[in-house]
Design a protein around this ligand. Structure first.
Ligand code: GLC
Length: 431
């Protein structure tokens, strides 16, 4: 029998905890309390709190309590694994990283949602495909993330054509402006290089640029190909040979990268769409008005590549109120909510029809047609019930190579062989 938190305890928690906004807590007349996990990176907290309050007004009797989760994808994953392994009934609605759905579905931690007949025809196909497991749909895309290149229009006349041009342009600015002083630009290019999921997405973009992949189309591990070695060598050399990427990135996640760029310390930044609105906020950002985005550049042998990321919403399989949970998911996925999220947090909606509307054009900092082009070409990470384990193996090797503890080729060979062994052991290898 799954363990369930008593509702009364949830209400007490809602009143007592400082983590939860008063607006998202129910009044005395609310008889049901739904709980939802959510990320608060950038302006996400502002959007979700407003929307939960509107949901409550539209559904008298249902209060929603927000459970904030850690910013780092891997830490959030760990927390969810603890909750769901313990079969707790809360949060009822889970914000999942798009790469976790197969794992959570295979573990029986999230409930299939086909029974609610969610309309999916208008959603980007890749974002829906990532949420299917064994033929059933387990989650719905909430917002789409794609890796993008941010660049400074006050320092450069145009975006780089390829990764070599990016290196040259960055170095020119670094040299011309000097590394110190008020107007110096010490860093050429900043990305997420800490040992966590974000590093895998940055690597995937370099990998695609050079023509490599983690798995091939048949699902075989090919992350030790020559193209992969070239991609990882390029990333390492950008730090130690070129001096374009600061070594500090090896401890940075999304927010540290944004802070460096928004303080005017970098020529280029790789980040997700959420950063744009914050960079344009002159009260916090020194680069407001001089930022543009472009697709991540390509390199010889490959093509410009954006990693496909983003969040999905799923129902906790142990929830004792799945119908209300679906009601909340459906509400959060309505065009009004997606447009508000785009306007406030800069996050891209998964609904294709919105990309032809003036509302989305008014909400986003980049033309929706361009956002759509990047989304449609974005590369997903492997869809696997053991994705987190595959990623962890890769993270260790990538980070070893980037900290020069190991050369790129042996690091990738080791990762590839550990990944092959894992898949073989679990009988998940392609036949
Ligand atoms: C963003 C993306 C997610 C990715 C994570 C890595 O949250 O939406 O898909 O795994 O960044 O840091």
């Amino acid at each position: 029998m799954p363990h369930r938190f008593p509702r009364i305890a949830a209400l007490a928690l809602c009143a007592a905890t400082a983590m939860v906004s008063a607006a998202a807590c129910g009044g005395a007349s609310d008889s049901r309390v739904l709980t939802m996990s959510g990320s608060l990176v950038g302006r996400e907290g502002e959007v979700i709190r407003r929307q939960l309050e509107r949901f409550r007004q539209a559904h008298p009797g249902i209060a929603v309590q927000l459970r904030p989760t850690p910013d780092a994808a891997d830490q959030r994953h760990q927390l969810y694994v603890q909750w769901l392994n313990a079969r707790v009934s809360e949060p009822d609605v889970l914000q999942l990283d798009v790469v976790w759905t197969p794992e959570f579905a295979a573990a029986g931690w999230i409930a299939p949602i086909d029974g609610f007949h969610p309309p999916v025809d208008d959603l980007f196909a890749a974002t829906v495909a990532a949420n299917r497991w064994n033929g059933a749909l387990y989650a719905l895309p909430w917002f789409v993330d794609v890796g993008m290149l941010y660049w400074r229009t006050d320092l450069l006349a145009e975006a780089p054509r390829d990764l070599d041009a990016l290196m040259r342009m960055a170095k020119d600015v670094q040299t011309a402006r000097g590394a110190t002083g008020d107007r110096g630009v010490p860093f050429g290019f900043v990305w997420q290089g800490a040992r966590y999921e974000g590093l895998v997405t940055v690597f995937l973009e370099h990998l695609g640029a050079f023509g490599g992949a983690i798995l091939d189309e048949a699902g075989r591990v090919v992350v030790d190909s020559d193209a992969s070695v070239r991609a990882l060598t390029f990333m390492r050399d950008a730090i130690y040979e070129q001096g374009v990427v600061p070594q500090a990135v090896l401890t940075w996640q999304e927010e540290q990268t944004r802070f460096a760029f928004q303080n005017g310390q970098a020529v280029f930044m790789r980040n997700w769409p959420y950063a744009y609105a914050l960079l344009e906020d002159a009260s916090e950002s020194r680069v407001a008005g001089v930022v543009a985005v472009a697709p991540m550049p390509g390199a010889p042998g490959g093509a410009p590549t954006a990693a496909l990321g983003g969040s999905t919403l799923a129902i906790n399989a142990y929830s004792d109120q799945p119908d209300d949970a679906y009601r909340l998911i459906d509400f959060l996925l309505q065009p009004e909510q997606m447009l508000e999220r785009a306007a406030v947090a800069g996050q891209f909606p998964p609904r294709q029809a919105l990309y032809d509307t003036p509302e989305l054009a008014g909400a986003l900092d980049i033309p929706p047609s361009e956002a759509r082009r990047i989304i449609e070409a974005a590369v997903p990470r492997p869809v696997s019930p053991v994705y987190s384990q595959l990623s962890e193996i890769l993270q260790v090797s990538l980070h070893r190579a980037l900290t020069r503890q190991q050369d790129p080729r042996p690091a990738l060979e080791e990762a590839a062989s550990a990944m092959r062994m894992l898949l073989a052991r679990l009988e998940l290898s392609p036949s």
